[in-house]
Design a binder for this molecule. Structure first.
Ligand code: ZN
Length: 603
C-alpha cells in the first residue's frame, strides 16, 4: 500500500491524497476514513472534509460506490487500484488538518483512508513538497524510508495504526534538541513566536528524565518529538506513541533573556509533561477497549479517570519533582485544581466512571449546563489519583506509592501490549496498598462523593482550607486577607457570566443559585440591576452595594424580549481552596511531605 499527500492549493486549504493498493479485495475493495482520533473522545466525522474522490486502475476510471458517511467501495478491478481524493484542511487544532501559505499540518486519521481488511499491512507514504515555497521542512516521527532528515520524500509505517499515530508538520519551524535515556528528543515550534530554546530544552529534558526514572525506562523508540504550534490564543495537546502535538499561546513560551517562571510558562510545561506521561499511560498502558482502537465508532471505557486523571495528577507533580517549580508553586496549582472541581455541582450528578463512559457525548460536547451536569475526569480524576497516592503511602508506612501502581501497569500491560480490563486498576491499587480499597472506589470513582482531601493532605503535612471566592476572578490557590465572614457577605447571582454587547451574559445558571431561583436562564443578557446599567466590569461592584438576602430587580433580554426578575442575592459558596505547608508538624510528617514531592526512586 502506498499513500501520497500533496499540499496542493493553500488558498483553498486543500490537500490532494492518494492511496494505491497492490492487492485490492476481489469482491471490491472497501475504504474508510476514521470518525475519531485516539486521545480525543468525540466522533468528528473526518470524512465530511473529503471534497472529491475517484478511483482508477491502469489509467482507467473504476466505479466507486459510497456505502455510508465514511466508507466507499470500488468495483472489482485489475490491480493496482488507486483512490485519489481532496481533503479540506482548515482546523487549527491538534486533532485534524490545517493548510495555508504558512504551514501544512495533518493527522493521518483526517487524511489517510483505511484499506479495510489490510490494516495490518505495512505501507509507505510520500510527502510531496508544496510548489510555492522551497523553505519548508518536515517534522514528524514517521519512519524515514528514503526521505532525508526533516525532508520531503518517502516515509514508512508498520501498519495503519502506526501510520496515523505520527502527526506531520510541514513548515518553517524552529528546532531544539536534547537527549533523554539515550534517545534524541526534539522540539519543533511553528508560528510567529520568540523563545529561549535552550531554556525550554533544559526544562523539558529535566521533566522527561524524571518520568523515565519513575517508569524505569522509556518505551522503545528511535526519537521523540514535541510538535508545537504557537498562536495568539490557543491551548491544546494530543499524545502519540513517539510525539505529541501542542497548541499554545506564543506568550506561554519563555522569552530570551527572561528567567522568571511565569504562570503561562508553568502551564505550558505542565501540558508538555502531561502529553509525555501519556507515552506510557494510554499510548501503551491502554484500556482493553482501545486494543485495538475501533476508528469507525465510539470506544467505551469507564477508565478515563485513570488514563487522564492519573496523567493530570502527575503532570504538575513532575514539575516539582524535576525542580522546575517550587513546592509552594505546586500547592498553588493543586489548590486551583481543587477549586475547579469544587465549583462544579455536576460532580454530585455524575461519577468520574460515568463521565469517562459518556465522554463522547458529554465531556467533549459541553453546553451551557455542563457545570451542573458533568464532572471532569481530568480534574476530579487527578484528585482521586492524589488520594490514592496518599492512601497507599499511609497503608504501607510510606514503602509504596502510586508510582508503584504505574510501574506495575507498565511492566505487566504497557510493555506487553496487553489491555487493562475494566476494574483492574482498582484491584491493583488494593494489592499494592495491602488493603481493600473497594470502599474508596465505590464512593469516589463510581459514586459522587468528594474525596476526603483535608484528612489526606494532613498526612503529608499540608493544611487544606476552603473559603468563599474573593471576587469573580478568584481562581483559588492564594490566601485572602479578608476573613471568611467578610468573604461570605459578598452577594452573588449564582451564575457564570461573561461580558457581551454592553451587558452581562449568563453562561451558566448554577444549580440551586439565586439566578435559577429567580427564573433567569443561560443566555440571558443582564442589562440593569435596580435600574442601574450593568456590565462585566462593574458587576461585582454593583452587587457589592447590596446585602446577601436582599432582593434586587434585574432587567435582562432573553433573545430579543426584555424581562424583569426579582433576584434574592445569595452568599458565595465555600468553594475556593488554599493549601499551605504546616510548619508545626512532627519530623515524620514533614519527611513524608518532602518524600511526596521528591520520591522517584524505584522500589
Ligand atoms: Zn491527556
Amino acid at each position: 500500500m502506498h499513500y501520497r499527500i500533496t499540499p496542493l492549493r493553500p488558498q483553498a486549504h486543500i490537500f490532494e491524497v492518494s492511496v494505491t493498493v497492490s492487492e485490492p479485495a476481489r469482491e471490491g475493495q472497501i475504504f474508510a476514513l476514521p470518525v475519531w482520533i485516539p486521545g480525543s473522545y468525540m466522533v468528528r466525522e473526518f470524512a465530511r472534509n473529503i471534497l472529491t474522490i475517484r478511483a482508477e486502475a491502469h489509467g482507467q476510471p473504476v466505479a466507486l460506490n459510497k456505502l455510508d458517511k465514511q466508507r466507499w467501495q470500488a468495483a472489482p478491478c485489475s490491480s493496482p487500484l488507486t483512490i485519489v481524493y481532496e481533503v479540506y484542511a482548515w482546523d487549527l487544532s491538534v486533532r485534524a488538518v490545517y493548510f495555508d501559505q504558512t504551514r501544512a499540518y495533518f493527522n493521518g486519521t483526517s487524511v489517510f483512508l483505511q484499506v479495510l481488511g489490510q490494516e495490518d499491512k505495512p505501507c509507505t507514504v510520500e510527502l510531496v513538497p508544496p510548489s510555492f515555497t522551497q523553505h519548508w521542512r518536515v517534522a514528524t516521527t514517521l519512519r524515514r524510508d528514503g526521505a532525508e532528515a526533516y525532508g520531503f520524500g518517502r516515509y514508512a509505517a508498520n501498519d495503519y495504526d502506526d501510520l496515523v499515530d505520527h502527526p506531520v508538520e510541514m513548515a518553517e519551524f524552529e528546532l531544539g534538541t536534547f537527549t533523554v535515556a539515550g534517545v534524541p528528543h526534539e522540539v519543533a515550534i511553528t508560528g510567529c513566536h520568540q523563545v529561549d530554546m535552550a531554556r525550554l530544552c533544559r526544562d523539558l529534558e529535566a521533566i522527561c528524565a524524571v518520568q523515565v526514572q519513575m517508569f524505569g525506562e522509556l518505551p522503545p523508540m528511535e526519537r521523540y518529538l514535541f510538535l508545537v504550534m504557537a498562536v495568539g490564543e490557543g491551548y491544546g495537546g494530543l499524545e502519540h506513541r513517539s510525539s505529541c502535538s501542542l497548541l499554545c499561546s506564543r506568550d506561554d513560551l519563555p522569552l530570551p533573556g527572561r528567567a522568571e517562571m511565569t504562570e503561562e510558562y508553568r502551564t505550558f510545561l505542565g501540558l508538555c509533561s502531561h502529553e509525555y506521561f501519556h507515552t506510557w499511560n494510554v499510548k501503551r498502558i491502554k484500556p482493553i477497549a482501545f486494543l485495538p482502537y475501533d476508528l469507525s465508532a465510539e470506544n467505551y471505557t469507564r477508565q478515563l479517570w485513570a488514563f487522564e486523571g492519573i496523567t493530570a495528577y502527575y503532570d504538575d507533580l513532575i514539575l516539582v519533582r524535576s525542580g522546575r517549580i517550587s513546592a509552594k508553586q505546586y500547592l498553588e496549582t493543586l489548590a486551583q485544581t481543587v477549586t475547579r472541581v469544587w465549583r462544579g455541582s455536576g460532580r454530585f450528578v455524575q461519577s468520574v466512571a460515568e463521565s469517562s463512559f459518556d465522554a463522547w457525548v458529554k465531556f467533549y460536547r459541553q453546553d451551557e449546563n455542563a457545570p451542573n451536569a458533568i464532572v471532569s475526569y481530568y480534574t476530579k480524576g487527578s484528585l482521586i489519583a492524589l488520594s490514592l497516592d496518599v492512601l497507599i503511602r499511609r497503608h504501607t508506612n510510606d514503602a509504596r506509592s502510586l508510582d508503584d501502581v504505574m510501574r506495575r501497569l507498565w511492566q505487566d500491560f504497557g510493555k506487553r501490549n496487553i489491555g487493562v480490563a475494566e476494574g483492574y486498576i482498582e484491584r491493583l491499587a488494593s494489592e499494592i496498598a495491602g488493603v481493600s480499597l473497594d470502599d474508596f472506589f465505590a464512593r469516589y470513582v463510581y459514586g459522587t462523593e468528594d474525596p476526603p482531601l483535608e484528612e489526606l493532605f494532613a498526612y503529608l503535612g499540608v493544611e487544606f482550607y476552603l473559603r468563599p471566592a474573593e471576587s469573580s476572578s478568584d481562581k483559588g490557590g492564594q490566601a485572602s486577607k479578608k476573613t471568611s465572614q467578610v468573604l461570605a457577605s459578598r452577594p452573588v447571582l449564582g451564575a457564570r457570566t461573561t461580558g457581551e454587547n454592553g451587558g452581562v451574559k449568563l453562561q451558566t445558571v448554577l444549580t440551586g443559585g439565586a439566578a435559577e431561583k429567580a427564573g433567569l436562564a443561560a443566555g440571558d443578557l443582564l442589562i440593569a440591576i435596580n435600574d442601574l446599567r450593568t456590565t462585566s466590569s462593574n458587576l461585582d461592584k454593583l452587587l457589592g452595594r447590596f446585602d446577601v438576602g436582599q432582593k434586587v430587580m434585574v432587567h435582562a433580554f432573553r433573545r430579543d424580549e426584555l424581562m424583569t426578575f426579582d433576584v434574592v442575592l445569595q452568599s458565595p459558596p465555600v468553594d475556593t481552596c488554599e493549601l499551605v505547608w504546616n510548619e508545626d508538624v512532627d519530623p515524620l510528617t514533614a519527611a513524608r511531605g518532602a518524600a511526596w514531592l521528591a520520591s522517584i526512586e524505584a522500589s
